[in-house]
Structure formats: C-alpha cells, structure tokens
Design a protein. Structure first.
Length: 273
C-alpha cells in the first residue's frame, strides 16, 4: 500500500499568500519592469530603433579676401610643382603647371571684374573690365610668365619666350630676370638691337650690373654688322628695281655712283657714263 503524504497546511497557506512573481527584467533605459512590456516602453523602444536623418553639412561661404587667399595658396602650389619639374628638365610639364598657376591666380580678378560697376559714359567695356590684380597675385603671375619664358627658351621656342617675358614685364616692369631672359631670346633670333635695349633697361635699374655691360659690349658689333648687311641687301634690291626701269632707256644703276660722307654718314649720288 502506498501512502501519500499530504502537504502541510502551513505550506499551502504560504503558497497561497505569496503567489509566484514574474521574473523582473531591466529595460534598455536601465529601468526595472515586471517582465511585461508596457505601452510607454514599447513607444520608447520604437523611437530608439528609428535612425535620425543625417543633416548635410552646408558649405561655408568665403568672402572675397578668403577666396583670394585660397587662390593664392593653390597657385603657389602649382608654381612650386612647376619649379620642381623644371629642375628635372621636364620643361613641357613645367609649362603646364605654370599655366595652372596663372589660371588659378586670375580667378579673383575675374570675380572682381564681374562685380565691377557699370561703365561710365564714354568708358569702353574693356576699360570697365580692367581690374588691377592684388600685389601678391600680380607678383606671382609675373613670376609664372617669366618661368614660362625660360621654359620656352630651353625648348628653343624663342618667339613664345619673348611673349611670356613681355607679359611678365607688363605686370612688373622692373623684373630683371624677365628682361635678361627676353634679351637672351632676342639674341637667339638675332634681334640684337632689341637685346641691347633690354640690357640698357637693366642698367637703369642696376647701374653696376656687369653682366648687362658685358652683353652690350658683345652685342653692339653684331648689331652694327647686321645693320650693314641689311643695308647692302636693301641697296641690292633697289638696284634690281632700278635696272628693270633704266634698262628701257639703255642705262643701269652702274651709271650711278653712291658716295658716303665720312662725317655725316649720308650718301650722295653721281651720274657716270
């Protein structure tokens, strides 16, 4: 026979008095709940799961001074890269970098030109759009033009070198490096008079410049020789034209003799049969 023990009455009363509690949990906010999700907790949970939309950063507007400084810095970087390429003998690549620097450095000038007041009565559109660049920009652009001049000089493109050096001197008339480079390009093209003129300009700024003095002494005889050669060529052409006309009358330019006056350098013409 199996005996079934009955639970003590005091135990039954204890269980009845203290029914089992649901397990306590801690929500995401660190609050203790009774194990059941309340409406307020559900709402909070749903809000937390939704990602807040990211706000796009708005670009900061720069004033004219800040734009100019930014352009100046970028132009300087391009110029320095051009200097590096020039030092490596990469003249074509250096030309491109100097051109980039010039383009960047001209941006503030174009902006100022666009915002300039309307032309006054009698003022041309070109005069209205002429805006003097800032001193730093003008100096940088002058250097870049001069550097392009030496690049073209190295590449044997002397006409382009003269053009670039001239642009540099328009921005900075006292830029002696540009004068020296332009004079060298003129000499390569046998423009001895123009080269001498550039050297004399250097002596105006620096009377003790021995390089300019030596160059003038060396080029003056070449310039004189070229003048005489051009004079002879001109006389030869005049003779040809004269013979074509005088031949109809049975004469030639040999019937005329040109005598130079040693004092004045002028010529007198005498007729000889």
């Amino acid at each position: 026979m199996v005996l079934i023990e009955q639970e003590p009455e005091d135990a039954k009363e204890t269980v009845a008095a203290n029914p089992p509690k649901a397990a306590s949990t801690t929500n995401e906010n660190g609050d203790v709940s009774d194990g059941f999700e309340t409406a307020s907790e559900r709402d909070v949970s749903d809000d937390d799961d939704d990602e807040e939309p990211k706000q796009e950063e708005q670009p900061v507007a720069l004033n004219d001074d800040e734009l100019s400084q930014k352009a100046l810095n970028e132009a300087n970087e391009a110029k320095l890269e051009g200097n590096k390429l020039f030092g490596e003998g990469k003249y074509e690549e250096a030309l491109l970098q100097y051109e980039v620097a010039l383009q960047v450095a001209s941006v503030p000038e174009r902006a100022e030109s666009a915002s300039a007041p309307e032309a006054k009565e009698g003022q041309s559109a070109s005069e209205k759009n002429e805006v003097a660049p800032a001193p730093e920009m003008a100096e940088l652009r002058s250097i870049c033009h001069s550097n392009r001049g030496i690049c073209f000089l190295k590449l044997g493109k002397f006409e382009e070198s003269i053009k670039e050096c001239t642009k540099a001197l328009e921005l900075n008339p006292t830029y002696m490096k540009a004068l020296i480079r332009r004079a060298e390009a003129h000499e390569k093209l046998e423009h001895f008079e123009e080269a001498i003129a550039d050297m004399k300009k250097i002596l105006e700024f620096d009377p003790s410049n021995n390089q300019a003095k030596r160059t003038i002494l060396r080029l003056e005889p070449l310039a004189e020789e070229k003048r005489e050669k051009m004079k002879e060529e001109m006389i030869g052409k005049l003779k040809e034209m004269g013979n074509s006309i005088l031949g109809r009358f049975g004469m030639s330019t040999d019937n005329f003799k040109a005598v130079k006056d040693p004092n004045t350098g002028a010529y007198s013409i005498s007729f000889q049969k």
